[in-house]
Design a protein around this ligand. Structure first.
Ligand SMILES: [Zn+2]
Length: 248
């Protein structure tokens, strides 16, 4: 087993531990989610503290002491995002993005795409004025890179091609239902034609193209509610299956 590792990472979360320490959760490209103990970082004299704030992109070295957990031995900032911290709205939205990246990531499992998407999203939140499209791009691409891409082009029940009209979305079935199937399927939620159009566009286009299309004000609430619901459904299922695996 390796006694020390060195990687680039995003600080996604920290939790106070004992009097002066903190557990830090990192999102990395090749080792997925990694947690490590940072000793003494809550002391005023700590030189590591500033680098280990959430929303920081860092270069970090960890080593294994006698215990089982990783210890942070060296850390330096690659990029910080003062423009995010200067805005309450941006801070709240970045917290949501990092929480999702944290919860959808797997401990010790490589996911370069998830890491890159999260890093790109931090950079975009820092510079964009309208963050709504940035966040929705993250939401839809997050499903792509974690293996939960919803089917948005054909009905998940009868497999007919979706026509340009209002449809239904089904979290458990993993995509859209045509109006005929949606009306007779329990748990189907209405999705307007326009929202579905934006979901498809953001699911399949590079960011620059998606952002250029913006996101109409009239469908923002519907879009956010549907995507948040979808994510909550998946996370609950993921938690339940982990608990199930832990029990057997
Ligand atoms: Zn159908």
């Amino acid at each position: 087993m390796e006694r020390s590792v060195h990687f680039r990472a995003i600080v996604v979360r920290h939790t106070n531990y004992e009097e002066a320490d903190r557990f830090i959760t990192f999102l990395t490209p090749f080792q997925g989610r990694v947690s490590a103990l940072a000793k003494g970082v809550r002391k005023l004299s700590s030189r590591k503290a500033g680098h280990l704030q959430p929303f920081t992109y860092v270069d970090v070295q960890l080593s294994k002491g006698r215990g089982a957990s990783w210890l942070v031995t060296q850390v330096s900032t690659i990029e910080a995002y003062p423009d995010i911290l200067a805005s309450l709205d941006k801070t709240v939205r970045t917290s949501c993005v990092l929480e999702l990246a944290d919860r959808f990531s797997l401990e010790g499992v490589e996911n370069v795409q998830l890491f890159q998407l999260t890093l790109d999203t931090l950079r975009r939140i820092a510079v964009f004025e309208d963050i709504f499209p940035v966040q929705r791009y993250f939401d839809l691409q997050l499903l792509n890179v974690t293996g939960y891409r919803p089917q948005l082009f054909e009905c998940v029940r009868c497999h007919k091609k979706i026509q340009p009209e209002d449809q239904y979305l089904h979290y458990g079935m993993g995509g859209v239902l045509c109006p005929d199937c949606g009306e007779i399927t329990a748990g189907a939620r209405k999705i307007s034609m326009n929202t579905l159009k934006y979901f498809r566009y953001y699911q399949t286009r590079p960011f620059a193209q998606a952002a250029a299309a913006g996101w109409p004000q009239g469908i923002r609430m519907e879009s956010e509610n549907l995507l948040t619901g979808y994510q909550s459904y998946l996370l609950e299922r993921k938690t339940n299956s982990q608990q199930f695996l832990e029990k057997i």
